[in-house]
Design a protein around this ligand. Sequence first.
Ligand code: J2J
Length: 545
Amino acid sequence: ENADVDTHPTWPEELARVYREAGYWRGETFGEVLRARADGCGERVAVVDPVSGARWTYAELDARADSLAAGLLARGIGKGDKVVVQLPNVAEFFEVIFALFRIGALPVFALPAHRFAEIRYFCAFTGAAAYVIAGEHGGFDHRTLADRVRADVPTLRHVLVADADPGSHERLADAHAAPVPVPDPPQAHEPAFLQLSGGTTGVPKLIPRTHDDYLYSIRASNEICGVDEDSVYLCALPAAHNFPLSSPGTLGALYAGARVVLAPQPAPEVAFPLIERERVTLTGLVPPLALVWLDAAAHRTEDLGSLDVLLVGGAKFSEEAAQRVRPTLGCRLQQVFGMAEGLVNYTRLDDPEETVVTTQGRPISPHDEVRVVDADDNDVPDGTDGALLTRGPYTIRGYWNAPEHNAAAFTADGFYRTGDIVRRTPTGHLVVQGRAKDQINRGGEKVAAEEVENHLLALPGVHDAAVVSMPDAYLGERVCAYVVLRAGVEPPRPVQVKKFLRERGLAAYKIPDRIELTDAFPVTGIGKVSKKELRAAITARLHEK
Ligand code: J2J
């Protein structure tokens, strides 16, 4: 599984030229952007971390990125190396990623919820040279996990811990050194990092995003969401996720010379006081959290008057909930339908209210090509449901080192098959109608059915497994696993199955919420497991009660 060479398809040269000439790709890198802000507005506060009390200015963040870059180079980490970054919402996240951007090493963005199964895979698959963690987080000791991964992955030479007690590893704070010139700085057309795909396959796919393409999406997002140097962005979702990172997210705020405030948790008890104290102007939430905020706003007393824009995306936001945003939170709503692979759609701040509450927005760029097609890839008329295909100036042409999967996930002419079923309105806005990919969207957290099925098949006594979504009033969907046992096997209790998966090191959000034992799976006409029937069966069962 460990590839020696980095490969992935990229944009054809004639289109790359169009994107450059349109001014989308400006040949600028993230490291240079931070330097320019440090030069232009160095004394302004860039990052606020209420847990550590850090309030880093642009000049400080810039200096920290430089000294960490020097320390990483001294440890033999340099251009093209991969570094798995698994940090919660702490200021160090930014010094780490900007240090890596500066030396041209690629952060691999893990989520705090990931465990041994995911982290070991990211490290092994990318041949990661280092892994950056926060000692303990959410009651879990990442240092111990790092020990296990290190024993398993020979390329992993460094574990850096952003915490006072690094255990058997090295303290991130000790990895800073006197700044040195970077020998071989990255170029803007090269990948800046590997982002995680929501995934539909047995193992997660990695997404190479270039400085050029990502900076374009961020700059354009800032314009669409009204982000300027006076904005204050509250990062309430996990910072490494593509939505809070780039839509317009923390990187949008930093691009604008604005301020990022890091919420250690998205709960209203934590986030509302931060909004009041730091005069937050915009933030992004997944629909279940938006619901919690809407309910909490009725009884909490904090002044949320500074909040101007709430972005909601990652999963479908219901029209009823969308209608409550303005009256309840006193701010404007922007729906955002995006994906780590690229394409991001926003409702516009000047769209009619009807459009804002009933659609998931329209693409960022005039150069985003969007097709809505039937099963034979023929375009369907506006207003008709179809599969969404897209290509454009910030949508990848292929996953990192995944040629076989790329052949299925992209058309021959480079359109990404999003797996989303949408309808296009006459104004070009998209309404998400469903999904044709084998994935569960658990309140914005994506679970690849096949990945969970593979883990279930490792449980002794399991003959077959099929993982499907089941409806849920709060999360939209939850994860249901149907399991067929071998003949004569004593049926396990659901808690035993869940415990088995946890012990294998699967992230908590992927552990099935419900386990259904069955004798056989319904099959389709061509003999495949009919997930449609399984979804219908579990939905009916839930309604029985
Ligand atoms: C329905 N489904 C949605 C929405 C994403 C901004 C916002 C979100 C993401 C993200 C992102 C949806 N309504 N409003 O990267 O920059 C589902 C679709 C999509 C998948 C992508 C961003 N917004 N989705 O969620 O890579 O199925 O990115 O293809 O995690 O989430 O998931 P992900």
